[in-house]
Ligand binder design. Sequence first.
Ligand SMILES: Nc1ncnc2c1ncn2[C@@H]1O[C@H](COP(=O)(O)OP(=O)(O)O)[C@@H](O)[C@H]1O
Ligand SMILES: [Mg+2]
Length: 534
Amino acid sequence: MALPSTGEMTGTEKSVSAERDDLSVEMYGIWKRFPGVIANQDVNLDLRVGEVHSLLGENGAGKSTLMHILSGIYRPDAGTIKIAGKTVDFRSPAQAIEAGIGMVHQHFKLVETMTVAENIHLGWNETPRNISGDILARRTEKLSQEFGLYVDPNTKIWQLSTGEQQRVEILRVLARGAKVLILDEPTSVLTPAEAEELFKGVRTLAAGGRTVVLISHKLEEVMAVSDRITVLRNGKVVARRMKQECDQNTLATLLIGQEMVSRLQRNERPFGKPVLEISNLSALNDRGLPALLELNMVLREGEILGIAGVSGNGQVELGEVITCLRPVQKGVIRIEGKDLTGKTPAHSVEAGVGHIPEDRVNVGLAAALSVADNAILREYKSKEIARGIVINSREAFLFAKKLVEQANVRVPNTRVLVRHLSGGNQQRLLANREIRIATHVLIAVHPTQGLDIGATEVLRNLLIKYRNEGGAVLLISEDLDEILVMSDRIAVMYNGRITGEFNADQADRSQIGLLMGGGKTSASLSASFVKEQP
Ligand SMILES: Nc1ncnc2c1ncn2[C@@H]1O[C@H](COP(=O)(O)OP(=O)(O)O)[C@@H](O)[C@H]1O
Ligand SMILES: [Mg+2]
């Protein structure tokens, strides 16, 4: 199809010529409430032209919300936004992009079955009508060169790696003339090599006069790429610094705060013999990337080992590998000296491993089944209840009734479906069922996530009681307070490895925070102690 050659490149040329617009951003007194939580409280933020500005904060600190406000997705409850000195009030992301603000989200919004070029031009008001694939490809090629972000225009999205898909998302936003580019936790989906590549691109864009906002909770990358850093905690700005004024230690303290937590009642008893021993364990995540890298760990009787870390550093995979839900690539898992590597979940139950998984409703329990069915779900081996596939329904009923009473699950009868229970009731049912199985080890992954204070208290006490009676608990939690309150020993997990270890009475919040963000401390050295154990 013949289009005049002058017309076909307008989109690209315009974004080149508009390059030098100076788009400073000021946000004043921004408030945003959601039901039950204040996501942003009186936040001030300024972005200077040509800087890489990191928004640093723990999960839930309010980083994404603040940037959703700037990019027109949410309107603030109160506050003012000025762009290049002029007050704006965006009603939609389209208005924000019109003003030069573009955001790349944590979850991509590309159409998998279309090509790179088609995705870049999709829904863009400067896409010429009735245009051939060739022209779209050429326009894409040109954008790609302009911004130094290489992608093959004719490849379908589903054929690309995550790093390449992200590049397409960034190009989409830049093509529409974004002068302020917001990247929400961009490295959480990338390999280290891809992340490095991205940061090079980010520095180039900033050098070319664009402003880049990097949302992150990783200290190392924030220190590597930023010019300035704003730290958010519980919806408020707690610090605003030039990169040169910061080191990872001070940032870690700012990130997690200094509130002290009280420790739960526990009896003082010496730890027993090792029950769970893991050596050189490697495994892949669902995307086929390394999730665990030659990890070593020992857990003893009567001990709670807390695994601290930001989600996505291999913790969930660790729980799955120990309970034989995920294959081992390399290494050995032993329970009481017996090799559990490469076995099935039934073997792990037999070996005395209980599991409170992260997803209690879909993985731990069967939401569509009754309380009674869920209570007996793991009784493969019980002679009273099951002979082969034949269930003795009377015994099953009595068993379920007893477990429900013991767990203090408040239901009118055991025929009620699990999905109708409150989170607290579900978790008590699951935890009591698993503790019964866990003659040696209990793996508890984010066990109190989403529970109210009362239900949390009950569950924590249940774990402590199990430990006091000689059980061994591997407690995986993103909640550092929970780790500090519950654990006898604390290990920090980062990038599939244990990067530091502390006895709970010597645990130092800011050191743990530093390790969680990928920093290094003297405690990293003591991690080698774990390695040398047989
Ligand atoms: N659409 C929403 N509805 C209700 N609560 C929300 C919504 N978006 C965010 N929140 C809550 O607001 C708080 C801040 O969230 P967010 O800005 O996503 O934090 P961050 O990006 O720093 O992890 C959290 O407590 C979160 O649960
Ligand atoms: Mg976020």
